[in-house]
Design a protein around this ligand. Structure first.
Ligand code: ZN
Length: 175
């Protein structure tokens, strides 16, 4: 599975994560989907996401409201969600999905995670072997992952990493 991110979307994800760092951000992904790929056109942060609220508490209501509105835009679909994982004390965040993250995934939807940490040293934006992309900007290190579900029954569903393509970001040294 491949996931295409535009400059817009890349910037949207990074800014959302940085704006509320070290809290977590939550938002919605809009775009197009085919059998082999997701093309993400917009990453829209939930404005009502508040510190301490869990993803689950937020998601259901927002999802319903926004899905209804997006139906009016025939070229756009609700593709999935994104949220950030952040550094907690000395413990650095990674993109692994938590139990709750998996619980609320459904088939044909993408779940993106931005892991954000204090930068240790500058790193040019690059593709990683597992499909994620990572790099530094300002004083932050970010890694972006996109998960999709492989089929199967609810209890043995298994999220897999998709391959992220973001031609805008790759090779950039951001300050
Ligand atoms: Zn999570």
């Amino acid at each position: 599975m491949q996931v295409y991110l535009s400059e817009n979307v890349f910037l949207g994800l990074i800014l959302s994560a940085i704006e509320v760092y070290k809290s977590e951000c939550y938002g919605l992904l809009l775009g197009l989907r085919t059998n082999e790929k997701f093309i993400i056109e917009f990453a829209i942060p939930y404005q009502s996401a508040k510190r301490g609220l869990t993803w689950a508490e937020l998601r259901e209501d927002k999802w319903r409201i926004i899905t209804k509105i997006v139906k009016n835009f025939p070229k756009l679909d609700v593709i999935g969600d994104f949220h950030s994982h952040t550094m907690f004390g000395e413990s650095r965040a990674d993109v692994f999905l938590g139990k709750e993250d998996i619980e609320y995934m459904s088939e044909n939807e993408l779940q993106m995670v931005v892991a954000i940490n204090d930068k240790l040293k500058s790193q040019i934006w690059n593709n990683n072997r597992n499909g994620t992309i990572s790099g530094t900007i300002d004083r932050y290190h970010c890694k972006i992952a996109a998960y999709y579900l492989t089929g199967g029954k609810r209890r043995n569903r298994f999220p897999k990493l998709a391959e992220i393509h973001c031609p805008f970001a790759i090779g950039l040294e951001l300050y």
